[in-house]
Design a protein around this ligand. Structure first.
Ligand SMILES: *Cc1c(COP(=O)(O)O)cnc(C)c1O
Length: 401
């Protein structure tokens, strides 16, 4: 059949030779995926990744990233979400229905709190917050309606490190699903699917989510999330909800994460070394009444961190508590005076970031193990740590003046 020019351009016969092989996998983009015939259209299965049916259901690029993330975290199945927060929402939406209750730690990532308070609540899903540093409090709150328990290690902003294995044991004994927001650990600090290495069978969380926005991306330039499991039935439940909600990630962002993953261990270690040095130095500054960093003896939950995590794995975050005698204006001036630490949310990119937090607004009661004052969280980037220390020192001079 003779084709007119526009048709010939679209249905072009050229095919590049097969067998192209290079360090990075190819990037595949699609909404439509071609089927050779109707029989193939009817029989192809995307749920088990044996074939392709539609861009939303997976491409070679998204399958590739999912498999690599499973390796990173010790899981078996993965779905990708458009942001870390979307991954958290996906888990809750997959597992909870009217009449169920979800438990979250008091130091939970703030938007997850607002998800349960503002969205899930209107659908008849109740919630309670538990003290992550008090096992009895969690145990007392596990009830007949509890379907899901969120865990975070370390906790957002205040970085308390909970007794993760003990918490998972409590929930498992009652058949309650545990979901760990593993953004901090990233699959590097500890294995969420093998919490006590000597134990057989392994003690594991049911679900591990990550904001790939952080370490896996490493660039501060994209948003993505993952939900990883080791149970086919649980995975399928999440995958079907994922499909029905129409969650997708862009292939260019998948490419960026695939490009950054090979250096994630090196970056994590580099962040860790700088962060530790800065946190220790901050302990000697009189304006800081407390330095929160899981690897520092005296930081809340340090013993739990030591028993669960690799010794060089404490990530890029630490927070300081500025003495309560400083006014909000003074603390703001200190933060504004920082030059290398940029004022911005998120972390684990090359540039150091800082955010001041008012715990009295986010917590119902002041956490027992945290000194009174304003919390300032530092996310240490990949700059030279001595320059970062000099930056904090000059901002402290502003505070003293
Ligand atoms: C950043 C973050 C998220 C959310 O990630 P986004 O991609 O920004 O939505 C979730 N949990 C934790 C602990 C985070 O730090």
């Amino acid at each position: 059949m003779e084709k007119k020019a526009p048709t010939a351009l679209i249905h072009h016969p050229y095919r590049p030779p097969e067998g192209f092989d290079s360090p990075q996998p190819g990037i595949f983009k699609a909404s439509s995926v071609f089927f050779p015939n109707v029989a193939a259209m009817r029989s192809r299965e995307w749920k088990d990744k044996t074939a392709y049916t539609y861009g939303l259901h997976g491409t070679p690029s998204s399958y590739m990233l999912e498999e690599r993330l499973c390796s990173l975290e010790g899981g078996l199945q993965c779905v990708l979400a458009p942001s870390g927060l979307a991954a958290l929402a996906l888990v809750s939406l997959s597992l909870l229905q009217a009449g169920d209750e979800v438990l979250l730690p008091e130091n939970v990532y703030e938007p997850n709190k607002s998800l349960v308070e503002a969205e899930l609540k209107t659908w008849g899903i109740t919630h309670q917050f538990y003290d992550p540093m008090d096992l009895h409090d969690l145990e007392a709150k596990l009830g007949d309606k509890t379907r899901l328990v969120w865990l975070e290690a370390a906790g957002s902003v205040t970085l308390e490190f909970p007794d993760v294995p003990a918490m998972v044991r409590l929930c498992r004994a009652r058949g309650i699903c545990t979901a760990l927001d593993n953004t901090w650990g990233a699959g590097i600090a500890f294995n969420p699917f093998d919490l006590l290495p000597d134990l057989v069978p392994a003690l594991c969380v049911d679900i591990s989510t990550q904001a790939l926005t952080k370490y896996p991306s490493g660039g501060g330039d994209l948003l993505m999330g993952s939900v990883i499991t080791r149970d086919p039935a649980l995975h399928m439940r999440i995958k079907l909800t994922h499909m029905r909600l129409g969650l997708n990630v862009g292939a260019n962002d998948v490419e960026l994460v695939l490009r950054a993953l090979p250096s994630i261990y090196l970056r994590y270690q580099a962040h860790d070394a700088s962060t530790r040095a800065l946190a220790v130095w901050c302990q000697s500054q009189p304006e800081f009444t407390q330095v929160l960093h899981p690897a520092l003896p005296g930081s809340p939950g340090h013993a739990h961190w030591r028993s669960l995590c690799a010794t060089d794995a404490a990530a890029c975050l630490f927070s300081v508590v500025l003495d309560a005698r400083f006014t909000q204006t003074q603390v703001d001036a200190f933060v504004d005076a920082l030059r290398l630490f940029r004022l911005a949310y998120s972390w684990a990119g090359p540039i150091s970031l800082v955010v001041p937090y008012d715990l009295s607004r986010s917590r119902k009661r002041w956490p027992a193990q945290i000194a009174r004052g304003t919390v300032v969280r530092f996310a240490v980037g990949l700059e030279d740590p001595q320059d970062l220390q000099a930056d904090i020192a000059q901002a402290l001079a502003v505070l003293r003046a």
